[in-house]
Write a protein that binds this ligand. Structure first.
Ligand code: ZN
Ligand code: ZN
Length: 244
């Protein structure tokens, strides 16, 4: 199994990552990745850039080192109503937007509160995917979330980085992957690289996917064509809502 587009990667602009965009692109090219999403953290994470950094996106090249760079964001969910820390003016400049719960921004609430926050973030027309929903610190009602993702055509993540430092994540993925299969929800496999040498690191995520006999066709970023197809859906969704 192969992943052509890494959908979640960080640069020094996140404040706690170690490589530049050029270094990430060079590493991606070396690995044979066809593309990656530049998804630095939203401004509420300590050390992250103010949102006006996203204003540079229209001036970035589409390809670096022959690898497609998709401008994105990992926005923070900042309250249990699912608000995010990036304004519409700036998130509109992204091709792909991730929303995530991070303890330094929002302390975990009850299972009902965490679930409400995720459902509300998913309903934001710009948000495509929930980052590392396996995080055991945030108890979630997976069935409710997967059903909502199915209704909205949104994605869940299988985040390789999460498994390497969060105990209990793999057990949680083993709960939501079968639900995704049942309800036909697509997943994005990502490295969440904070260092160029971790670009394209998907081995742990792919191992769980194989163990769960998860259908390959539900991996939205297995091929670049499929990922681009999803991004066209996203554009239609935003156009329907008069966002573009
Ligand atoms: Zn994250
Ligand atoms: Zn991340």
């Amino acid at each position: 199994m192969n992943i052509e587009v890494d959908t979640h990667t960080h640069t020094v602009l996140s404040g706690h990552a170690h490589s530049t965009l050029l270094e990430n692109a060079a590493a991606a090219a070396k690995l044979g990745l066809k593309g990656f999403v530049l998804s630095d953290h939203g401004p509420k994470l300590p050390g992250a850039c103010p949102e006006f950094n996203l204003g540079t996106y229209p001036y970035l090249p589409d390809y670096i080192e022959g690898v497609r760079v998709y401008p994105g964001i990992e926005a923070n969910i900042i309250d249990f109503s699912g608000s995010i820390d990036v304004s519409e003016k700036y998130i509109a400049l992204t091709d792909y937007a991730i929303a995530g719960l991070h303890e330094v921004v929002l302390k975990p609430g009850t299972k009902a509160q965490n679930t409400e926050a995720v459902l509300a973030a998913l309903s934001n027309p710009y948000i495509d995917v929930i980052a590392h929903p396996d995080n055991p610190k945030y108890e979630l009602d997976y069935e409710t979330i997967v059903k909502e993702a199915a209704k909205l055509g949104k994605l869940l993540e299988v985040n390789n980085h999460s498994f390497s430092y969060r105990k209990g994540g793999i057990e949680n993925v083993a709960v939501y992957l079968p639900l995704c299969k049942t309800y036909g929800v697509r997943v994005a496999v990502s490295s969440d690289a904070h260092f160029a040498l971790n670009m394209g690191s998907h081995a742990l995520a792919l191992r769980v996917i194989e163990e769960q006999s998860f259908p390959q066709e539900l991996i939205v970023n297995a091929t670049m064509d499929r990922f681009d197809g999803y991004l066209s859906e996203r554009k239609s969704r935003l156009a329907r809502m008069n966002k573009i």
